[in-house]
Design a protein. Sequence first.
Length: 366
Amino acid sequence: MAEKMGSSANLTQPVEPIDFTHQSPVNVAQTVGTNRQSGCFMAGFRGKPNRHIRLKGKTYQFKIGIPAECRAYFKGRKNYVEATETGDLVTARKWRDRRERELQDLFADIRSGRKVSDEQASVVLEAEQLREALRAEEDQDQRWLIANIALERSEALERKPSLQGAFDKAWSGEEEVDAYVEVWLKEINLAPKSTLDYRGILGRFTAWCKAAGHTIKDINRKTAGKYVAAQLLDPEKMTRVTEEERRARQKAYRESYVRPEPTAAQKAKWSERAQERWAAYYANETPEQREARLAAKAFYRETEVQPKVREIVEHIKYDFAKATSETARQDVADEWADTGLSCWLTAKALWYYEVSNLMTRYGYGD
């Protein structure tokens, strides 16, 4: 992270902004990743039942302390005060719980830099405009003038260290690794669970980068490789299982999908129900409707099902061909057999002649 310039006579030139256009998704994800921990209090937060609320006249008032690192956003105020506009204690508590969650989320956003005060946003915008003007200017005299304007502006903010730091970072182009995490997570628009997973994974990476003193401009494949070697491939940090344990887990997984064989009475009952369910439909089906139904079914099978099944078949054959030992081929068979339990397309692919012969060789024949 760039050091604050203060009154230094030598103002650092801004670094070139990073172009993510042609970088791999891993690099981009690592650049913008973070692990947001809002620390919000839910309605069932274990504390005093009447915390942060007090009766003021005939209505309750909400008052909560503002953390020191967030006060700049609230223009230096130490407490946030708001009227609940109700004299009913139960209603006031519900109102308090909702506002408390919102404020805790806001505090977390301010701490992480996702939310800044209007004054800070103005300072950052000014620094970015000066940086862009310097990049676009080719005349050395004009460049020197722009740099001196930035230096004077930085010195004018000496009594406001947080604003000066924000100005200096924006001017020099130095930004935290997790500066754009939430923006990126919002743009890719994943499911909530996937977003949470990404946030956690990238949060561990950004925490490692911060501990190592890296900023966005330091993130590249070499840095990512160091993280993988230090955190993901370290034998002491990896959870390993023996071959016997792995086989036992796979067996338990397969057995969880095995259903008990139905009795003859159950089969007859189910068959009778199925026949009754479709009898009424088929009785009223005209020859034209039957022909259209069968044509649609054949079209779906040929255009949707079969291409996907053939693609899976090629994947299975490729995996077997790529395996260099009998142990590796057995692992391939185990993995595809497990997949076939929960994917009906894979189950169809396993019936293909060549694939069936391979699976039979490794213990998955009829």
